[in-house]
Design a protein around this ligand. Structure first.
Ligand code: IPM
Ligand code: MN
Length: 356
């Protein structure tokens, strides 16, 4: 099979972790006899420096003509510390999501047995956790209009808005996931306060009878935040609006022991994007210490979701699990008494495993 992908390393540790994920992707293609065609492009702070635009048209065109996008991370302290900057790296990611119509962000949370003791939670609470967060990605507070600052600079507004079509399509996708899993869907909202949440809940209630084999549960977001800590194993599929999903998935990610492990797939109308859920971790950039596993696991999702190549994805997952069992991991997930490995050492180990 011929696979054509766009590679967008982004900022900070992005280039280093994407390099490893790309090496793993190449090794898998070689092993299974696929032809990999890829092109690299800029996005984020590096694209602002080069083109004055965090998601240049040339990058968008590349994404549109590719079958999948492998994405690193974006963001730079230069902008984080300057709230008045008009052009921001994150706008590149948001523009990409909007222009590619990526309305669903799928974030699976699985626990790796060898890392259970790294979790901030007690191991009896985390050991059975296995759920998927489905975050709406192109609506809500991130995109609602009006958004902006008053002329005198002393007031600001963001708008949360959703329409029926946006809610229906994400709920439909969430029901499909739940149908393939343990058949439980938790709809997370703040329907006791927000009108958009009441619309979400109303539409979910209308749709639920169409999925009689799936149990639909409704939960307020504050309660869900608590329950993720108290009893993570009680969740199967969670679906929620953009901002709630952003917050809950960072919370969910540490349940597994490290933010450096969670992959994601953003899917929708055009080319799907596969990216780790962590950020650009600028403090670690260039030090060869960043954990490449979330990006490598995103590549596994790319094989499975973008190309339907399940065996290829499974081999990557197996390699990642084996590297953890062998203790070949970066410092963020190293166990006591083990020697932390560099980003490239972990990547090389995975490639060897796949070749072997
Ligand atoms: C994420 C990130 C982004 C988001 C930022 C970088 C804009 O935190 O993908 O979760 O908030 O969506
Ligand atoms: Mn986030």
């Amino acid at each position: 099979m011929k696979l054509s992908i766009a590679v967008l390393p982004g900022d900070g540790i992005g280039p280093e972790i994407v390099e490893q994920a790309l090496n793993v992707t190449k090794a898998v293609c070689l092993k299974f006899g696929h032809e990999l065609v890829y092109e690299t492009a800029l996005t984020g702070a590096c694209a602002i420096d080069a083109y004055g635009d965090p998601y240049p048209e040339s990058t968008h065109e590349l994404c549109m003509r590719s079958e999948a996008v492998l994405f690193g991370a974006i963001g730079s302290p230069k902008y984080d510390n300057d709230p008045t900057a008009k052009v921001r790296p994150e706008q590149g990611l948001l523009a990409m999501r909007k222009k590619l119509g990526l309305y669903a962000n799928v974030r699976p949370v699985t626990v790796f047995p060898s890392l259970i003791e790294r979790s901030p939670l007690r191991s009896d609470l985390v050991k059975d956790a296995d759920f998927v967060c489905i975050r709406e990605l192109t609506g809500g507070l991130y995109f609602g209009k009006p958004q902006g600052r008053s002329e005198d600079g002393n007031s600001a507004v963001d708008t949360c808005s959703y329409n029926r079509e946006e809610i229906e399509r994400i709920l439909k996708l969430a029901y499909e996931y739940a149908g393939k899993r343990r058949k439980k869907l938790t709809v997370v909202d703040k329907a006791n306060v927000l009108e958009t949440s009441r619309l979400w809940r109303q539409i979910a209630q209308e749709m639920a009878p169409n999925y009689p084999d799936i149990v639909t549960e409704y939960m307020f977001v504050d309660n869900a935040a608590m329950r993720l800590i108290q009893w993570p194993a009680s969740f199967d599929v969670l679906v929620t609006e953009n901002m709630f999903g952003d917050i809950l998935t960072d919370e969910a990610s540490v349940i597994t022991g490290s933010l450096g492990l969670l992959p994601s797939a953003s899917v929708g109308l055009h080319t799907s994007v596969f990216e780790p859920i962590h950020g650009s971790y600028p403090q670690a950039a260039g030090k060869n210490i960043a954990n490449p596993l979330a990006t490598v696991l995103s590549a596994a999702m790319m094989f499975e979701y973008a190309f339907g190549l399940m065996e290829e994805g499974a081999l990557i997952r197996k390699a990642v699990a084996a590297s953890m069992d062998a203790g070949v991991v970066t410092e963020d997930i190293v166990l006591e008494g083990q020697k932390p490995r560099t980003t490239t050492e972990v990547g090389d180990w995975l490639v060897n495993y796949i070749n072997g």
